[in-house]
Design a protein around this ligand. Structure first.
Ligand SMILES: NC(=O)C1=CN([C@@H]2O[C@H](COP(=O)(O)OP(=O)(O)OC[C@H]3O[C@@H](n4cnc5c(N)ncnc54)[C@H](OP(=O)(O)O)[C@@H]3O)[C@@H](O)[C@H]2O)C=CC1
Ligand SMILES: O=C1O[C@H](COP(=O)(O)O)[C@@H](O)[C@H](O)[C@H]1O
Length: 509
């Protein structure tokens, strides 16, 4: 296992939601699991005026988020952990002279012997990323002559292709690409990483993983919640930017990619980039019209309670056309995937929270059990990313009795049965990887740009054209016409909260 060097983690935007909700609890779990190095310090940085003690209270000692990770017997541990946390305010601006900050870092480094190894985590609004990188550089804090210097960059990475390229260029003026870690928390999920293992550690799936055997691929990412308190951010983003461009295209790239020659960052990311570049970019209006659907949730009653429509949410424009539902059909132009349609959808305010990949296999070429109806038709491999994480293979078995009636059966695997030990949460895993200098689960500049290349024409089409914004009642599976997109297959597989649940009403399930 790679050694984690003594080091300091400097978080910009430390007074924000992400730090309190994900980063500090993730670090606490690493501390509890003894994954942190002997000498380790967290320095929170933002504009808010706080002392070390106040910051410790906010993110650790009195934090509900952290407490939800800790048991009563961990209480002493929380105190020990909190003692390693410090805070520095930047005054009124992130674009100030960082000499005071440099001095604080240097003092903590000497006192706690973190050996000049610094990780800078940018958890601020993205408009500040480049300025922070520049100001760190002005203080020599990007210099790896002594100790490592890494920059973790939060999403969103760009607003479109042009801004993503500008951000890459901007950051690369100050930090080398090998120092930049672009976070995509879906890559930190065990089940997303397991896509690689399912494909490349087994000899039973990969021979079938191509156009000869796969009919189509369906990916669903559904959330039951709405935009919550993030309406202001979300209204300038929408489902395509918020989820599809990053998390879902990352999943797509792991399904589409060719086998890498080794499981290291360079080889895996090379193959992912190739996969993303092979997505057929939709350029003409007809294809964009026929292959994309956007929609917004409208007010409805869920379990007897009235739920706001998207346009009524705090921070959202009352005439907003921002999509909370996006469904896209596309093809992959390469040898393996020619003519295999991919159907990918993501949305808020769906009936349940679920993310799954369904590989629909082709029917047997020659059907001999002619009386068995639809059940003879398709085998499916369902990879459940969350919740009820696992894998299900649907296959035909003989119904006992006369004749050859075929029924569907399940072969299943559940992650919950695999281990009783703590499974690292996405941010926890990704933080540890960055601390160990492993960028395999971080997105490289060319990956991010390839994903934007694909998404950009859809954004443009939705922005400039009359492309309709459909409505769907909060709590249903999106607009009715979304099934038109998946024409020929009946309708989307609308999964339940449990992997083995059968949607029941899907004619091709
Ligand atoms: N929260 C989440 O669930 C997720 C967040 N992210 C990303 O993580 C980053 C941080 O998100 P989050 O913590 O939610 O953001 P918040 O808005 O809660 O916090 C960001 C911090 O940045 C500082 N800040 C500086 N300038 C501004 C400004 N102009 N407007 C608002 N804040 C400013 C604020 O601290 P101060 O005023 O003290 O300087 C604030 O505490 C963003 O890039 C976001 O997209 C990604 C995925 C999920
Ligand atoms: O990045 C984001 O992800 C969350 C969903 O993450 P999950 O791990 O709970 O599936 C989404 O709610 C949010 O809008 C988006 O910014």
């Amino acid at each position: 296992m790679t050694k984690t060097e003594n080091q300091m983690l400097i978080i910009f935007g430390a007074s924000g939601d992400l730090t309190a909700r994900k980063l500090v609890p993730g670090l606490f779990n690493l501390f509890k699991g003894k994954h942190l190095p002997k000498n380790f310090v967290v320095l929170g940085v933002s504009r808010s005026d706080m002392t070390d003690a106040e910051f410790r209270k906010k993110v650790a000692l009195e934090s509900e988020h952290l407490k939800s990770q800790a048991t009563v017997k961990d209480f002493g541990l929380v105190e020990d952990f909190a003692n390693q946390i410090f805070y520095e305010d930047l005054g009124s601006n992130y674009d100030v002279n960082y000499s005071r900050l440099e001095k604080r870092i240097s003092d903590l480094n000497s006192k706690y012997r973190t050996e000049n190894n610094y990780i800078f985590y940018l958890s601020t609004p993205p408009s500040l990323f480049e300025a922070i990188a520049k100001n760190l550089t002005d203080q020599g804090l990007n210099d790896e002559t002594s100790g490592c210097k890494r920059l973790i960059v939060e999403k969103p990475f760009g607003y479109d292709l042009e801004t993503a390229k500008a951000l890459n260029k901007g950051l690369q003026q100050y930090f080398k690409e090998s120092q930049i870690y672009r976070i995509d928390h879906y890559l930190g999920k065990e089940t997303v990483q397991n896509l690689l293992v399912t494909r490349f550690a087994n000899s039973i799936f990969e021979p079938l993983w191509n156009r000869n055997y796969i009919d189509h691929v369906e990916i669903t990412n559904a959330e039951s919640g709405g935009v919550g308190s993030r309406g202001g951010y979300y209204d300038g983003s929408g489902a395509l930017r918020d989820m599809f461009q990053n998390h879902l295209l990352q999943i797509v790239s792991l399904i589409v990619m060719e086998p890498p020659i080794d499981a290291n960052a360079q080889e895996i990311r090379n193959e992912k980039v190739k996969a993303l570049r092979s997505l057929r970019i939709m350029r003409d209006e007809k294809t964009l019209h026929d292959h994309t659907i956007r929609a917004q949730y409208v007010s409805s009653k869920i379990n007897g309670e009235v739920v706001k429509g998207y346009r009524e949410e705090d921070g959202v424009d009352s005439e907003s056309t921002t999509e909370t539902y996006a469904a896209i059909k596309f093809y992959v132009d390469n040898w393996r995937w020619k003519d295999v349609p991919f159907y990918v959808r993501t949305a808020k305010r769906m009936p349940t929270k679920v993310t799954e990949v369904v590989i629909h296999f082709k029917s047997p070429h020659h059907q001999i059990f002619k009386d068995s109806g639809m059940f003879n038709k398709d085998n499916k491999l369902i990879i459940r990313i969350q919740p009820d994480e696992g894998i299900l293979v649907k296959f035909g078995v003989k119904v006992p009795g006369q004749g050859f009636k075929v029924e569907r059966a399940n072969l299943d695997f559940y992650y919950s049965g695999l281990t009783e030990t703590h499974v690292m949460e996405a941010y926890e895993r990704l933080l540890l990887d960055a601390m160990q200098g492993d960028a395999t689960l971080y997105a490289r500049a060319d990956e991010v740009e390839a994903a934007w290349e694909f998404v950009n024409p859809i954004l443009e089409y939705w922005k400039n054209s009359e492309a309709k914004v459909y409505g769907y009642s909060a709590g249903v599976w999106g607009p009715e016409n979304a099934d038109d997109l998946i024409e020929g297959y009946g309708m989307w597989r609308n999964p339940g909260p449990n992997l083995a649940d059968d949607p029941g009403f899907c004619v091709i399930c």
